[in-house]
Design a binder for this molecule. Sequence first.
Ligand code: ME8
Length: 519
Amino acid sequence: MTRSPFYVTTPIYYVNAEPHLGTAYTTVAADAIARYRRMTGNDVLFLTGLDEHGQKIAQAAEEHGMSPQEWVDAIAPKFTDAWAMLDVSNDDFIRTTEPRHKRGVQAFWQKLHDEGWLYQGHYEGWYCVPDETYWTAEQLEDGVCPQCGREVQFITEDNWFFKLSEFGDRLLAYYEANPHFVQPETRRNEVLSFVRGGLKDLSISRTTFSWGVPIPFAEGHVTYVWIDALLNYITALGYGSEDPADVARFERYWPADYHFVGKDIIRFHCVIWPAMLMAAGIEPPTTVFAHGFLLTKGEKMSKSKGNAQTPASLVKRFGVDAYRYYFLRDVAFGQDGSISMEGMVQRYNGDLANDWGNLCSRLFNMTEKYLDGVAPAAPGTAAETDEDATMRAIAGKLPETYEDHMSRLDYAAALESAWELIKYANRYIENAAPWTLAKEGDTERLAAVLYNALEAVRIAALFTAPVMPATSAEIWRRLGLGEIAEVTDIAVAAGWGGLPQGSRVTKGDALFPRIYDEE
Ligand code: ME8
């Protein structure tokens, strides 16, 4: 079977501080679709990494009395550790200080130079170091950065410029022909009106500091950090290398299926990046999906506001899978979402402890108690009740419904569709009352009911696996089944009757012990 490639990326994060809930949000969301696509048989490449150059990083290093390289080497493990803790299954991790990246950036410079898209000019204007963004005097709001509200500095430099202004029409034609390039729709409109407003050429080199990728043909110039950073998406695939393995990797995975970004950085991803690629004769990515901000008490959570939490404390309290579940279930992907401890406790106790965890433990217990922990045979359809048929029907439509939601990155709806089955299975057990059947000695119906409920659990575990991989793996183990992570055709795996007779079912500890909110 030929597996179709699926390439998904996160932004590469600045190493000026530790990862926080916001950066973890993008990364976990990208992880969930990467995991799901592996389960639909795709050949997935999931990339994340770090943005290590630029003035902001150089400043952070200086403040800590370190060289920039020492600083980024000291911070990088905080990101790799955080992603490992969150069960993030990235296939590659790029750091912009790596030789493979620098080589690619330099090859890109040469290409743009050869194609005539660059010129030398003089830049005078404002610069926001925390956002690494140029602003004109008119764009400033009350003299400060219109994006983050922080102080800007005036810079005057002889720089290299990219002829971005010549790409307006091509970009508009591209958006028109590829309506899914910018998602969701509100962001697309924002990008359209920005480009319609006219584009200015972009200064893409800096001379007043040296922490960046040197420009091959211009001594003393280093690459503007955003140009450097955007190129990670192709340098990680081997762009700029002549090694046949790199060439093949690039050919296989580019264009990316998804760049996941926060809505703060769409202009870079939806205007500058496709223009850069067009200039180099490379196809733009298929979709840039811009999600919203996580808000706490109505404010954007950010490092600079000092209200950014690290994931570790929440993971300690709720566990990794509950953490992942909460953000993807409670915040509509694409919109801003308020998060709170109360909300998290509520989701945890309601959806996870009561619905999902409880279903599993009751059922596994009963299977041990009434059937010695051995899965019975699948019942025939001859004696099927309406409830049996309904549950089978809910499970039967799940692959399609779930795919439909996930193909739009609607995680909340995808999870809800899995919950339809979980909730029904709980009700099913309640109504079928296996304890009464056992008491009455109706062993045939008892076996049928337990089989059906076990089957619902087996199937629900498949569809919760992209978001809660460890729990699903554990449930499959308790059902006596193989590694859920090895499933490469989820629709087939979800076929009713997949639980083999004789499978050893064990009860184990509570998957989501109830949390009593002492605060
Ligand atoms: O911008 N809610 O890096 P960065 C949701 N290096 N997501 C949030 C968030 C919040 N409150 N705060 C941050 C950069 N994020 C560049 C990117 S890519 C070529 C270069 C997430 O460390 C969101 O994905 O500032 C946002 O786009 C990203 O973190 C910014 O991370």
